[in-house]
Each structure stands twice: as structure tokens, then as C-alpha cells.
Design a protein around this ligand. Sequence first.
Ligand code: TYM
Length: 355
Amino acid sequence: MLNWYQTEKRLTISGNKEEQNMLNGKKVLFSGMQATGNLTLGNYLGALKNWVTLSDEYECFYSVVDMHSITVRQDPATLRKRARALYTLYIAAGLDPEKNCIYYQSHVSGHAELMWILNCFTYMGELNRMTQFKDKAAKHADNINAGLFTYPVLMAADILLYQTDVVPVGIDQMQHLEITRDIAERFNNIYGDVFTIPEAFVGKVGAKIMSLQDPEKKMSKSDENPNASIYLMDDPDTIVRKVKRAVTDSEGVILYRDEQPGVKNLLNIYCACSGKTPEDAVKEFGGRGYGDLKTAVAEEVVSVLKPLQGRVAQLEKEKSYLDSMIKNNAEKAQYFANKTLRKVQKKVGFPERPR
Ligand code: TYM
């Protein structure tokens, strides 16, 4: 198999001023996911599903962000296994690794190198305001390490390294996107137009899937109650059982409104899986009970997750294919990361590397 840089369709960064950010005539998309815990339906509907939809339109970099994962203590063998499973999942979800650059963050040294530089352009006060830091520090009070604190700077490095235009994420990552933009603008104000200022892409209905047990809380892979989340690898019976147990309310009407967070969440899941709008869903369930809604939600979720699980099982057998994609794409990512990194290093005054 040819390496990416040996193929004819070698990617180029356009020299044209207006198109400076374009790779291969397309704008750049970056996103990533942590290989920690069991991925939930929230991760799929809030992020992965949109990645697939956008992948033709953009030149895409999708990272398994294993460096972020160690801000919380991990068992090494489990982390390695989960990172591989996540890599497989990206492809199983429909991302072609020959068209999209899918790689492990830890394989591209540019992330850590740029992060160090960006650390020097980020204020303690800004990082102190990050709600995810506050939540995680409260949860891991015995391990409030510097990595947990500077986590958003690594995220900024991930994004800015590829001159990213768009970052598809769930709503919970918006604050990190904002600090990324602030850091980039600060750097650009000092050194000229070095970084592209990225925009977030947030889907209409799946951007914040809530816990099935407490619809005021986000569905999260670290939730201790397994009934609160639908995991991507849950079998159909488990999915049906979890949806049936989902907390609703005593109103007895199916409307899409904040006063009914449990019902609204079920409608969001239903719409994100089926592609219907909340208005259509409300019409469809008008006059019907919560039992009907739950049955329909479970059916839609199973119809999305079952084929995904089948593709994961199939891909897991294709070890050498996955290995070659992992290697090729890490080289490709490093190549583009270095382009930005060398520029940044020069701007801040590091001596040129002897050739
Ligand atoms: P992570 O691994 O927590 O989540 C991955 C993606 O899933 C989205 N998500 C949700 N969307 C809707 N409803 C939910 N309940 C839900 N839970 C999670 C997240 O918004 C995210 O898009 N820091 C990031 C990973 C990261 C990253 C990046 C993302 C590292 N570098 C650069 C974008 C760009 C994180 O921990 O996501």
C-alpha cells in the first residue's frame, strides 16, 4: 500500500492568499474524542454523527485524544485497548480513513510542542473559569494535576495545529472552543495572521443529550449509574430496558419544551436518530402516551446502533488494515502539524533548525 505522500492526490496547502487555509481546495475540520469510559449515545449524536455528515465537505482530521485521557488516572492496558476501539469506531461510524486523517494524538508530537508555546499565551484566570476543570477537580479531588488545569490549552493546540476552520462538538465543549479562539486571536494580534480562527459546529437536536435518570444532567460516560446512559455497545434488550426506565414527568403530554426535560430529551434522541424535526415528532406523538414514545425512541436507537456494532465487529478482524491506517495517518497529521509548528516557532523566536 502506498503512503499518503506517495499517492498522486497529495494534499497541498494552497499558496493563494484567500485560500490559505484550504487543504486540497477544502476548508479544514478538526475534532476529537477521549478514549476513556464507555462511549455513550451522547458522544455519537452530539459529535460522531455530525463528523460523518461533514466529512465530504471538509478536509478532516479526527483524533483519538489519548493525551487528554491521562489527565485522569488510567490503567495503561485499558487505555490502549479503548484507544484502539475508538479508532475502530470512527471508521465503523462511516469515516473513511483513506479520505479522512484519523490518528492517535500521542503519535503526533506537534500537539505537545504547540501546547507548550500556547501555555505561554494563556492566563491562569482564563483556565480557572473553565467549568469542566471545576467539575473534574471536584470529582478527582485526590489528583488535581496541572494537566487537568491546562487541558483546554492542549485542546487549543489540537485545533490550531491544522489551521482548522470548523470544529463539530457537543455543547459541553463550547467553552473550550471559546478559549481556543481567544488564544488564537491573542497570538495573531502579536505575531500577525498565524492561526485560522475556528468556528464551532453544533448540531440542532443532538448537541446535548441528557442523562436518562436525571434529565437536568448531561449523559456522560463517567456517570456511575449505568441506567443513566445508553452505551454505544449496549445490546437491543439493554437499550429497550434503559429507555423504558427513563425519567419523565407526571404531565402526561408530549411537548417539546424545557418544562419537561425528560420528554424533551427523549424527543431529541428520537429526532437525532431519525432525522425528524421536533415539530414533526410532537405531531406524530400528539395524544399518545409516554409508553409509545419510549418504544419508538428505543426502536430508533437500536436501528442506529445495531449496524454500527456489526461494522465494529467486522473491522476488529481487519488488524493489518487498521495498523496501516494508523501509521499512514499519523505521518500525514505530523506533516501538516509541522507546517504550522515551524511557522509558530519562527514567530516566537526559536532558532531555525539546521537542515
Ligand atoms: P469527549 O470525549 O468528552 O466527548 C466527545 C464529543 O462528544 C460530545 N458529547 C456530547 N454531545 C451531546 N450530548 C452529550 N451528552 C455529550 N457528551 C459528549 C462532546 O461535546 C464532544 O464533541 N475535550 C474533548 C475532546 C477533544 C476535542 C479536541 C474536541 C480534545 N481535543 C479538539 C474537539 C476539538 C472531550 O473530552 O470530548
